[in-house]
Design a protein around this ligand. Structure first.
Ligand SMILES: [Zn+2]
Ligand SMILES: [Zn+2]
Length: 208
């Protein structure tokens, strides 16, 4: 049984997720977007051992806490290769949205690609490439538990990721959403912002 702790962090309230198996301590963290001290406190409170950091995409509100967590725990940071170029925009866009200079971007240790699996010590997650919001956006799918982390590709209540960035692609976003909504109806969707939902609920909002 998988345990998931949701921590909305930062000014943009991005959902940071701590994921670990019941009765085990190894934990992966998805999208530590900010407030690294608060996240570390939670990791200690729950007695967890952080083994890896995964970002659904390279926007600053999903990775701003990465550098501090890497320093503290000396663990690898996973990102899809196609979002590598976005790291060049990281500092400027963080300053634009938050008036705060986060310093240089974190450097990924492992570049992910479609169908990779991650989750050493934790129930395995499959990487599903879901470009559109960004070229290297991914979802993380655990078939056994019926859970998918969708980042900023899909949100509860019919919301979809922004595609007004120069590197975004609305057509690809549409295809990526189709991919998510062909998963079993009872799959739980955990998004990059806002509430959890299910594939069945979201099908109401999209033509598939
Ligand atoms: Zn984003
Ligand atoms: Zn976001």
């Amino acid at each position: 049984m998988l345990n998931i702790i949701t921590l909305p962090v930062g000014q943009l309230k991005a959902n940071c997720y701590l994921v670990y198996e019941e009765n085990a301590s190894d934990c992966i963290i998805i999208d530590p977007g900010d407030e690294a001290d608060f996240i570390m406190q939670k990791i200690n409170d729950y007695g967890l051992t952080l083994v890896g950091i995964v970002a659904t995409h390279a926007h600053f509100d999903h990775i701003k806490g990465v550098i501090e967590l890497k320093w503290a725990f000396n663990i690898p940071f996973y990102l899809h290769a196609k979002d590598q170029a976005l790291l060049a925009h990281y500092r400027r866009s963080a300053m634009y949205f938050t008036n705060y200079d986060p310093g240089p971007p974190p450097i990924p240790d492992v570049y992910l690609k479609d169908k990779d699996t991650i989750g050493q010590g934790v129930s395995e997650f499959k990487v599903i490439q879901t470009p559109g919001h960004t070229p290297g956006s991914i979802c993380l799918y655990n078939k056994k538990e019926g859970i998918i982390f969708t980042g900023d590709t899909l949100f509860a209540g019919g919301g979809v990721g922004r595609t007004d960035h120069s590197y975004s692609n609305p057509l690809n976003l549409g295809k990526s959403i189709q991919k998510i909504l062909t998963l079993p109806d009872n799959t739980i969707i955990l998004s990059g912002h806002g509430e959890a939902t299910t594939v069945l609920n979201e099908k109401e909002y999209h033509l598939i």
